[in-house]
Design a protein around this ligand. Structure first.
Ligand code: PGA
Length: 253
């Protein structure tokens, strides 16, 4: 059985005060019944603050990005070793906002993926097509290219340590969610690509859905056979809605 995950992506939101409030709300609301993974990806400047409050809790700490470099003269960059040092257990790589707003190519994302792995972080590889690409009928081609850049530089044992997040760009922050069928179709495609690398990988690697996931659509999305949880933006900034989404995963055992 694959592990389910619900990860919050705070993006460029928060302050020391609001972070405290949000984390306290999450810790107070966790009931200990849910065995799925839960994590929050905070802005890098707040990783230490949030990390300290999460010590001893089931909530994992994540970075939203890492540098492709290990160290050196790269002003403004934050390395995978640094975020691991701040207590991170995972890192997003290739979020669509990085790909589209910062020109990140799939090759660059693959180098970031490797940096995360080398520093014992669970890489969460984000993939997804734009509206134009969907309308042009090239969704699968785009996803395959984004996956292959990473699959080609890692062996199956390394990929087994990762999570994939499918986030259609047209559904991020827009209030438009992919229908459960649309999402499931792409998740099934990703699962098949994993199986081509190794059947065990297909069985092991969680594939999360992201893009306007809310408490009222989470359960239906997460009930699909190839959707193993979600990557949540806007709704992760409110403890009650993030917990409601987390509690929409299946409780196993
Ligand atoms: P959203 O963002 O839930 O606000 O659509 C998801 C994401 O970008 O990870």
């Amino acid at each position: 059985m694959r592990k389910q995950w619900v990860l919050g992506n705070w993006k460029m939101n928060g302050s020391s005060q609001s972070n405290r409030h949000l984390i306290d709300g999450l810790l107070a609301g966790l009931d200990g019944q849910n065995s799925s993974g839960i994590g929050v990806c905070t802005p890098s400047v707040y990783l230490s603050q949030v990390g300290e409050r999460l010590i001893g809790s089931p909530i994992a700490l994540g970075a939203q990005d890492v540098s492709e470099h290990s160290e050196g003269a790269y002003t403004g960059e934050v390395s995978a070793a640094m975020v691991a040092d701040c207590g991170c257990g995972l890192a997003l790589v290739g979020h669509s906002e990085r790909r589209t707003l910062h020109g990140e190519t799939s090759e660059l994302v693959a180098r970031k993926f490797r940096q995360a792995l080398s520093n014992r972080l669970m890489p969460v590889l984000c993939v997804g097509e734009t509206l134009e690409q969907r309308e042009d009928g090239v969704t699968y081609k785009v996803i395959a290219e984004q996956l292959d850049a990473v699959f080609d530089c890692c062996d199956a044992n390394e990929l087994a340590l990762s999570v994939i997040a499918y986030e259609p760009v047209w559904a991020i922050g827009t209030g438009k969610t992919a229908s459960t069928e649309q999402a499931q179709e792409v998740h099934e495609f990703i699962r098949k690509r994993l199986a081509e690398k190794s059947q065990l990988l297909a069985e092991k690697v969680p594939v999360l859905y992201g893009g306007s996931v809310k408490p009222d659509n989470a359960k239906e999305l997460f009930s699909m056979p190839d959707i193993d949880g979600g990557l949540i933006g806007g709704a992760s900034l409110d403890a009650e809605s993030f917990l409601a989404i987390y509690n929409s995963t299946e409780v196993i055992g």
